[in-house]
Design a protein around this ligand. Structure first.
Ligand code: SF4
Length: 220
């Protein structure tokens, strides 16, 4: 499978889940290469290009070496490598909790649906620079909305984003708003307005723990 390359190494590392309802949970992170969107504010643009080819057996061994029962599969867009990902998950211990971060444009296979414990779906709004016809796929979002263990994380810039979010008709009780910010300082400045949005629309405020803890550092 194609793993994103950071500092000439496949990006597999141990950290804390930085976002969503399992924020703060220790997990191994696996960053897959390739993305079908091109967000202007993407903080992992290096993952868009061809990554490092690593066998699923080798990836499973590297994940196992951390002795951790949590795995976060991220990207890029992990669902561009569904067959390889399903083969990898087959090799992992059954009690390993698997989360997948996705942009919500692709429908997961039955094999993945049977194994993944949580879907962290992050649809991209207009300020990502993607056209809505590409970034917002109604059939895929409906498939995720039907899963009780799928959560929807939106990076928001301000109140104007709410109309676009509401139009998607996703479960409000599983919707999380996070401030658009590229670093710790910008996050601190943007957070109060997004908190007000969450209060107004009765949805969760999402933290971006990796920015709080490590600012712009990669691979942590
Ligand atoms: S979907 Fe995610 S990985 Fe892909 S360009 Fe957007 S922010 Fe980056």
């Amino acid at each position: 499978m194609q793993i994103a390359s950071l500092h000439d190494s496949p990006e597999i590392f141990y950290s804390l889940q930085g976002e969503g309802v399992r924020m703060g949970t220790p997990a191994v992170f696996l960053r897959l290469a390739g993305c079908n969107l091109h967000c202007s504010w993407c903080d992992t643009k290096y993952s868009w290009k061809k990554g490092v080819e690593v066998s699923v057996a080798d990836v499973a061994a590297r994940i196992g070496s951390y002795d951790c029962k949590g795995l976060v599969v991220t990207g890029g867009e992990p669902l561009m490598q569904q067959e390889e990902l399903a083969a990898l998950l087959e090799l992992l211990p059954p009690d390993m909790f698997v989360e997948v971060e996705t942009n919500g444009t692709l429908i997961p296979s039955a094999d993945l649906l049977a194994r993944v414990g949580q879907w962290n779906v992050s649809p991209k709004l207009y300020h990502s620079g993607n056209v809505a016809e590409t970034a917002l796929q109604a059939d895929a979002l409906a498939a995720f909305a039907a899963l009780p263990h799928a959560w929807f994380k939106f990076v928001v810039q301000g109140e104007a984003d709410w109309r676009a979010i509401e139009a998607l008709q996703l479960p409000r009780e599983r919707t999380i708003l996070m401030p658009l910010a590229a670093n710790r300082e910008a996050l601190a400045q943007a957070r109060p307005a997004v908190a007000e949005m969450c209060l107004r629309h009765r949805v969760r405020l999402g933290e971006r723990l990796h920015l709080v803890l490590w600012d712009t550092k990669k691979g942590v």
